[in-house]
Design a protein around this ligand. Structure first.
Ligand SMILES: C[S@@+](CC[C@H](N)C(=O)[O-])C[C@H]1O[C@@H](n2cnc3c(N)ncnc32)[C@H](O)[C@@H]1O
Length: 248
């Protein structure tokens, strides 16, 4: 099955999926620390967490003294991000918006986009709009850091089916590769019984060369690549691509 063009609108809802699983929340401080080591920002610098979701990284950036804005499409996740910021006693400006239509201009010292929050659209031109919007949002010389799944790893280690166990449900996964990316079907089976929920999503697969070309097209010059948040080199054996780029 093919994901419909605006699939994100009913996928990113607590009733189906939440990226802030206990395991993901536990990783956020170390991930945020790695990001900040690369960005080398002064206290008070302005950072945009683009597609911040439930704010697990945004609150960590704020705890370390940055002026953080989080933007996301999901109203439910933004509510959770606000609660997380209150619990941590930090200030985060939270905005609802679409990553393709960013209105910021020269406002941020850095923009980050973490945990494969990119490549969701059927048209590459929409991915490019996102990157161009991020570039426009940056001050001259500002930094962009992106963390996405490594398309080269996915193609090399392709498994058409998978499953996982979460706290209250099982997740069954079916993936079809296309020349452009991956069409994914997720089936959520509640452990206590009840109706399974089915959702489809698309992610355009980027390897190093494809990501670098897209960044350059958007006016962002790639500076460094890594294969994980420990700073190991990017190879086809790593399942992530992290890239630091500078506004040209
Ligand atoms: C995989 S989650 C990652 C969230 C967060 N960065 C994290 O690491 O927990 C992807 C996020 O992208 C957001 N998103 C999806 N499509 C979007 C769009 N068109 N505009 C803005 N946000 C979007 C979702 O709501 C979700 O919060």
């Amino acid at each position: 099955m093919k994901a419909r063009p605006e699939w994100h609108k009913d996928f990113f809802k607590n009733s189906f999926y939440n990226p802030a699983s206990p395991a993901a929340v536990a990783k956020a401080p170390a991930e945020a620390a790695f990001v900040l080591r690369q960005l080398k920002l002064k206290k008070g610098s302005a950072l945009l967490d683009l597609c911040c979701g439930p704010g697990r990284h945004a609150v960590e950036f704020a705890r370390r003294g940055l002026a953080v804005t989080g933007l996301d499409f999901s109203a439910e996740y933004l509510k959770e991000a606000a609660a997380r910021a209150r619990a941590k006693r930090v200030k985060v400006r939270l905005l609802r918006g679409d990553m393709r239509r960013l209105k910021f201009c020269g406002e941020f010292d850095a923009v980050v986009n973490l945990f494969t929050s990119f490549g969701y659209f059927q048209k590459f031109s929409d991915d490019l709009k996102t990157l161009k919007g991020a570039a426009r949002a940056l001050k001259p010389g500002g930094l962009f850091l992106i963390d996405i799944v490594n398309g080269a790893f996915v193609r090399r280690n392709f498994k058409p089916r998978g499953w996982g166990e979460m706290e209250d449900h099982f997740l069954l996964e079916s993936i079809a590769l296309t020349p452009d990316g991956a069409q994914n079907t997720w089936i959520r089976l509640p452990k206590k019984g009840g109706k399974p929920l089915v959702r489809f999503f698309f992610n355009r697969l980027y390897d190093r060369a494809r990501l670098a070309a897209a960044l350059r097209k958007a006016g962002l010059k790639p500076l460094k690549f890594w294969g994980n948040f420990r700073g190991d080199p990017l190879t086809v054996r790593r399942n992530r691509i992290l890239c630091l780029a500078r506004k040209a």
